[in-house]
Every structure is written in C-alpha cells, then in structure tokens.
Ligand binder design. Structure first.
Ligand SMILES: Cc1cc2nc3c(=O)[nH]c(=O)nc-3n(C[C@H](O)[C@H](O)[C@H](O)COP(=O)(O)O)c2cc1C
Length: 336
C-alpha cells in the first residue's frame, strides 16, 4: 500500500509528457476535492499530526505544499486530506497569463530533479479570489493554514511592480492565512531584481501600508542564487519591515551539476538544489531572527532533517513529492 505511488502511479504519470502528467494529477485531485469518499481514501495516506505554531498560525504538522503545484488553488481539500500541514497556492499574478511556450517542464529522474520555465501561468487574481470565495462558502475549506503566493504579471513594468502585487494582495488577503511575496522566480524577466534593497523596501512598504496588513503574516520567498552580501541586505530590509518569515528557497539558475545534454533553460529544483538551499537556511537562521520555511531538494527523511538542523521551522515540498508521492510525507513525519 505504501509503495502504491512509486510502483504504480508514478510509472503511469511519467509515461505522460511532464505538463500533461501535472494537469492529469491536478484534475484528479480537483475532482477528489468535491467528493467526500475520495477524500476519505486520500486520508489513508496522511501521516499522524505533529502540531506546530508559527507567526500566530497553528500547523497540524510542519510539512507544507510548495507554491507552483496548485497555482490556481483548485484542490485545497485534497492536499489537506493527503496530510500536508499547510498549503501554498500560486504564484498568482494580477492578470491572467498563459506563461511561456511549451514544452516548459523537464524531468531529470537520475538527478531526482526538475527544470521548469513555466513563467507564472495562472488564471489571475480575480478568478482565483472567486474560486476561494466559493470554496469558503461551500464549507469545504481545509482545516490547515493556506498561504497565497503572489508575483508580478509579466507585462507590468518593474517600476510598477508594487501596484501589481497590491492588486492581488487586496483581492486575496482575506482568504489567506499568510501571503508570500515571490521575488525569486527565474522565469519572469527582471523579477529577481525585486530582491535589491531599494526595490524590496518599496514593495514591502507598499504592502505594509495597506490597512489590515498587520494582522496578516507576510513572508518573502528568496532565490538560492543570492550572494552572501545580497542575502544580508535582503534580511536587513525584511527585518526593518517586520516580515513574518522567509521561504528559502526558490529554484536555482545554477545548472553546473546537470550534464549538458540534459540541460534546459529554467529553474532547477530537487536534489541538485538541496545543499545550496540548506546553506541559505543555515545562514538566515544564524544571522536573523526571522523564521525560515525551507524549500529545496527535500526528497527523503535525511534531507528534511538537514533543513530542521539548519534552523528551519517549517518545510515545503515540490519536486520530492513528484518523485516520491504521499509516502514522502509519512517518511519525514516518522523521522522528525
Ligand atoms: C514545475 C514547478 C513550478 C513552480 N512554480 C512556482 C511558482 O509558481 N511560484 C513559486 O514561488 N515557486 C514555484 N516553484 C518552486 C517551488 O515552490 C520550490 O520552491 C522549488 O521547486 C524548490 O523546492 P523542491 O526542490 O522541493 O522542488 C515551482 C517549482 C516547479 C518544479
């Protein structure tokens, strides 16, 4: 039973082109989300709870779903039934957008990695706010914290980035237990420039000046490719603006561990990202008081423990979950 995903489901999914497999999975979980008996089946895979409180929120366990798997927030009940201790949807942008041309997701099974250059394909803040509103009204809202990850629309110039984030923030904050400002995806030109101190300050100030923001934890998701000096500057700006947490990290543009014949343009995730990402977690925990949510290369119990040992408070899974399935959650929970 525990090997069902790796032995049966994954071979079938990996038979499909990566984005087709992704759509099939999301469509299945979306259907399951509306069907009580299906949710009860998924719950059989859920690990026992291990509660944790952070920035005023109660997490049934510290293992969350990373942004990008459910960009449009269509399967919240199913993720909770599978046992995730929190769910981050998005990245959501102010405007609906198609993302980059396909193909744009590439599996590297031997490396336990993925390269993607999706470019924030999503239905846009208005449509997603509407969906979250009907889920709330339906009574099927999950009993775990939900984060909404927001980013900049591709066509909005960088100088107007704060307005773009604000648009999504205003529409989505009431549905979110916390909001993530994504300033680190490598597939939207110029986005990572928002990590520069002046730009980040402007963005955090704009969000922080919104009425009601104080009650909503705002976290910043950073790139693993920041130099130590850049990281120090990001942390100083985040502390100054009372950011509730840092997600370390997004995908990397460092493809040095990937054989050239397998390489593709885009952000690299999974095992090759692990060490670099953990180094940032360690550095933040040692130099700042801001809690860290670790994301990057968590593919087994050992890599999960490594993140906690480095000082992480919570973890998020993406690529490891694609390769290992729901069993990964159990395995980590048994080991921590
Ligand atoms: C296909 C794919 C799409 C992603 N989309 C997003 C996204 O929209 N927003 C975001 O903040 N991170 C996104 N990520 C990054 C993940 O949330 C995660 O931070 C990163 O992949 C590192 O974790 P991992 O090694 O466990 O995958 C994406 C990752 C992948 C593989």
């Amino acid at each position: 039973m525990t090997n069902l995903y790796e032995q049966l489901v994954r071979p079938l999914l990996f038979f499909l082109e990566p984005e087709a497999a992704h759509h099939f999975t999301i469509a299945s979980l979306r259907r399951a989300s509306r069907f009580g008996p299906a949710l009860r089946v998924l719950k059989q895979f859920a690990p026992p709870s291990k509660p944790k409180t952070l920035f005023g929120l109660n997490f049934p366990n510290p293992i969350g779903l990373a942004a990008g798997l459910d960009k449009n927030g269509v399967a919240l009940p199913a993720w909770a039934a599978l046992g995730f201790g929190f769910i981050e949807i998005g990245t959501v942008t102010a405007m609906e957008q198609p993302g980059n041309p396909k193909p744009r997701i590439f599996r590297l099974p031997a490396q336990q990695a993925v390269i993607n250059r999706l470019g924030f394909n999503n239905e846009g803040a208005d449509a997603i706010a509407k969906r979250l509103s009907s889920l709330r009204a339906s009574g099927r809202w999950p009993a775990v914290p939900v984060g909404v990850n927001i980013g900049k629309s591709r066509t909005t110039p960088l100088e107007r980035a704060a307005d773009d984030y604000l648009y999504s923030f205003r529409l989505l904050r009431d549905f979110a237990d916390y909001i993530t400002l994504n300033v680190s995806s490598p597939n939207t030109p110029g986005l990572r420039g928002l990590q520069e101190p002046a730009a980040l300050s402007r963005l955090l100030h704009a969000i922080g000046s919104e009425p009601g923001t104080m009650a909503k934890p705002v976290v910043v998701k950073i790139s693993p490719d920041l130099t130590p000096v850049e990281l120090e500057a990001v942390l100083a700006v985040c502390e100054e603006n009372e950011v509730a947490g840092i997600i370390a990290t997004n995908t990397t543009l460092d493809h040095s561990s990937i054989p050239p014949e397998l390489d593709e343009e885009g952000g690299l995730s999974g095992t090759p990202l692990r060490e670099k990402s953990t180094a940032l977690v360690r550095s933040i925990a040692a130099n700042a008081k801001i809690p860290v949510i670790a994301s990057g290369g968590i593919c087994d119990a050992k890599s999960a423990r490594e993140k906690f040992d480095a000082g992480a408070q919570l973890l998020q899974l993406y690529t490891g979950f694609v390769y290992r399935g729901p069993r990964l959650l159990r395995e980590i929970m048994q080991a921590i």
